[in-house]
Design a protein around this ligand. Structure first.
Ligand SMILES: [Zn+2]
Length: 90
């Protein structure tokens, strides 16, 4: 039997299939879906920070990247990138 009671600091990277503990918080906002002041958070390990960052940056969604240790709060962090913020046609 296992007890998956990992401490808060061990949140996993948001990249699909990655279980590495995250070290970065990527804060982003999709103006088409979110209010301007809203922030979604993806967590990333060192390996995935560039690819997740590029993905968001290419779409103009990326607002800031903060080291996990210095990130004050993780409101609305996303566990996986299953819901890529792709553009939706209404
Ligand atoms: Zn990762």
């Amino acid at each position: 039997m296992t007890h998956p009671d990992s401490p808060a600091e061990a949140l996993p990277c948001s990249a699909r299939g990655c279980r590495t503990p995250a070290r970065w918080a990527l804060r982003w906002n999709n103006p088409r879906l979110h209010r301007p002041e809203r922030r979604k958070t993806w967590l990333a390990c060192d390996t995935h920070r560039p690819s997740l960052g590029d993905f968001l940056n290419a779409r103009g969604f990326l607002r800031e990247v903060a080291p996990m240790g210095e990130s004050p709060t993780l409101d609305e962090w996303t566990r996986t990138t299953k819901g890529w913020p792709r553009e939706r046609e209404e």
